[in-house]
Design a protein around this ligand. Sequence first.
Ligand code: NAD
Length: 477
Amino acid sequence: MIDKPLFLIGGEFTDQSEHPSFPVVNPCTEENLWDCPQAGPSHVAEAVKHAKAAQSAWADTHPSARATLLRKTADILASRVEAIGKALSLEVGRPYKMAVGEPTRGVEILHWIAGEADRIGGETLTSRAGGRISIVREPVGIVAGITPWNFPVGQALQKLGPALAAGCPIILRPAEIAPLTATLLVQCFVDAGFPKGVIQMLHGAPQPISDAIFDNPDIRKVAFTGSTAVGKMLLAKAAASVKRTSMELGGHSPVIVCADADLDNAAAQTAMLKFANSGQVCIAPTRFYVHEDVAEAFTQKLVAQAEARVLGDSQNPDSTMGPLAHAGQRAKLEELIADAIAKGATVRTGGARPAGLDVGYFLEPTVLADVPADARIMHEEPFGPVALITTFSDLDEAIARANDSEYGLASYGFTTDLATSEKLSRGLQAGVIAINNIDVSGHESPFGGIKQSGIGREAGRYGILEYMNIKATHVTW
Ligand code: NAD
């Protein structure tokens, strides 16, 4: 298997950099892991040339043959989950035993998407002219995927899988932080036998690559996952040539804990997602609105959950939480925590760098209570292991406060009352909602945001549709 980040262009892995390579840093040790080559506009042009050469044959390949290649990729991925989990844990800092779960889940994602290729179909209608209207789905054309580092396998697979299943060549540009993980993932597709030019990958500084992608008329769709700020810039660029986009953007998820909730369940579930990947999860529960009658009891349970996390190196089998993925991420969080405290928030646990972990970008799992609405962290996505607790007495008011955000990705509610559960489901403004659990991202269920959290859906039977045009042919005879 490959042991350093490489480009994949025209079926060949290469490190022929246009710009000097850049170091990839282990966030646990702050040491350089390996160097990554850096692509520029000429690499994009070269990749598009190969994608164009492969495009028609791939679109004409029967969907079941495309599905077979995806299933073969899944089998190869299944045999490499340890190696890919290891690279992921080193690059992102997630403890190895948790990191290995991501490629393991990736195998299931690929099998689901292979099934979606098998199920591509259309419909027919009787036309007003007395003939027939046939409605078919066709691949959108060449796709570029731009992905973040927080789930470098899952995020890439939710672009590669549906694009390839739909019959589109795809050029992946993964985040700078986890390029070896992406290289090893893409190698599974190559080893499965995907034709050259159908899947390609470039690394490097985002702007020159994305400018070349958006300026290229042959790329018909960009699938992006990342922050809302970058998503907005890319949407503006897409307007110039009316490129199709899907945007999986930031979140600031509210949690409503009602007085009748099972508090142990609420604390255990939300802590699992809040502190997973050190809080660097787009759907992480962040703003907790807890009924005043149970606020203290719930806070104590959440604090206990936070304090049970074992911070440490990603390669240490005892670690259950790693560092933040880069220094800037921790600096931003420290600033947001300081601002909240200055405005009146109380630190119930954490809030600082852990004693004894002087190297690495570690930050304690943190619970802040009495966080005022004007604290920056109540509006700016923290993307880190910080839970913010405030109280409520009236459910309508809690729902209104939960919805008072430019984001609308995930929302959570905890209650044992059926009518309250329905009220939360109807009232919360989000693309995905979970009541009494936090499981909103299974591959069989549509995932995505509303408001400034995004456009489009990944996964479920909806994901592949983002990579297909609908064509209606009206026939009379
Ligand atoms: P980011 O927006 O900084 O980067 C995401 C990707 O875009 C990376 O590959 C990055 O290199 C690239 N990028 C950065 N600047 C760019 C530019 N000017 N032009 C083109 N590409 C550019 O986000 P991040 O810090 O990597 O990831 C965290 C963000 O992603 C959070 O906001 C999180 O909520 C969001 N996210 C959303 C989802 C979702 O499904 N909605 C999933 C994971 C992460």
